[in-house]
Design a protein around this ligand. Structure first.
Ligand SMILES: [Zn+2]
Length: 105
């Protein structure tokens, strides 16, 4: 049994990628093996709260479909997920999806 450090989901010991949030578990842990920490491409992403109440209100009203159609920052995705009580790893998973398929509609 292994617990995902990103979202807390519990998987079998053979699991290499978390099915909930996409976290890649380090392989060969403790033996200097390959490690795959989550990384954000495209430069540093500022992670923190969103201060603007207007922005938060906008995110609160945004439908899931609308959210998928516009490119939110990781920070905004975190706020969006938090507003809907998604799992902690959701924003990261969605951000990666968004980067992989920017024109996904
Ligand atoms: Zn996870």
């Amino acid at each position: 049994m292994r617990v995902c450090p990103e979202c807390g989901a519990v998987h079998s010991i053979e699991t290499t990628v978390c099915s909930d949030c996409g976290f890649e578990f380090p392989i060969g842990e403790g033996k200097g093996g390959r490690r795959a920490p989550p990384q954000v491409d495209g430069g540093m992403v500022e992670i923190g709260g969103i201060n603007s109440p207007e922005r938060l209100a906008m995110l609160r009203q945004m439908s899931f479909r609308a959210m998928r159609n516009c490119r939110l920052s990781y920070q905004e995705l975190q706020a969006y997920g938090a507003l809907r009580q998604y799992k902690k790893g959701w924003a990261w998973h969605r951000f990666r999806e968004q980067e992989a398929a920017p024109n996904d509609a």
